[in-house]
Write a protein that binds this ligand. Structure first.
Ligand code: 5GP
Length: 210
């Protein structure tokens, strides 16, 4: 389990004395649901939001870079960090481990910065247990058929992997009601505006009280 005392940034104020903590935005979507594109658009719009770079044991795809898209680490290291309680949340997705560093997450929030997490449903449930005020957003593909087509067009996965991802997607979609907001990603530009509006609502509450 995460020990809060240990993850407070050394030398800085504690949770109680820091006047303004950052908001924690969580985006989940079945693989191929357009979440990466949406996250990038949000980060482009709000330059001061910190994107939480996850750790994973899966291999990098095409243009993915270590320390930018993910921190790619060996399975052994990941499992050691589970034992040491260093994850804010972790999950096994499609046979690989994925996790969020408890220390990086807490440091970002304690410094007052808003953070964006792009994690799956299992991870969201764990984060909600620790940070119940998280603003959770589920991105739905218009249909499983569309999702299958998008995954095929990406040409990064084999047929077996695509099948596996579609099965996970179906399962994840049954859990969408755990989320505070649901966006059906039919038209990308409209989805970006919906997402931006949700984020603005929390960052600039006065603007929305008119
Ligand atoms: P991909 O391999 O396509 O990049 O990601 C597969 C799934 O893992 C996606 O649903 C993504 O949201 C999820 N994921 C990525 N990073 C994390 C993480 O740190 N924790 C959890 N729980 N899921 C993650």
């Amino acid at each position: 389990m995460m020990n809060e005392q240990e993850i407070r940034p050394s030398g800085s104020n504690s949770r109680q004395t820091n006047s303004k903590r950052g908001h924690l935005f969580i985006i989940s979507a079945p693989s191929g649901g357009g979440k990466t594109t949406l996250s990038k658009a949000v980060l482009n719009r709000f330059k001061d939001i910190i994107y939480s770079i996850s750790y994973t044991t899966r291999s990098p795809r095409n243009s993915e870079q270590d320390g930018v898209d993910y921190y790619f680490i060996p399975k052994k290291d990941f499992e050691e960090r589970i034992k040491s309680g260093l994850w804010a949340e972790w999950a096994k997705v499609h046979g690989n481990y994925y996790g969020t560093s408890a220390e990086l997450l807490e440091k970002g929030l304690a410094s007052g910065r808003d953070m964006l997490l792009d994690i799956d449903v299992q991870g969201t449930i764990q984060i909600l247990g620790k940070y119940p005020d998280s603003i959770t957003i589920f991105i739905m593909p218009p249909s499983l058929e569309t999702l299958g087509k998008r995954l095929e067009m990406r040409r990064t996965e084999s047929r077996t992997t695509i099948k596996r991802r579609l099965l996970t997607a179906e399962k994840e979609m049954t859990q969408k009601d755990l989320y505070r907001y649901i966006i059906v990603n039919d038209q990308l530009s409209a989805s970006i505006e919906e997402l931006v509006a949700i984020i603005e609502k929390y960052r600039y509450p006065n603007k929305h009280e008119k």
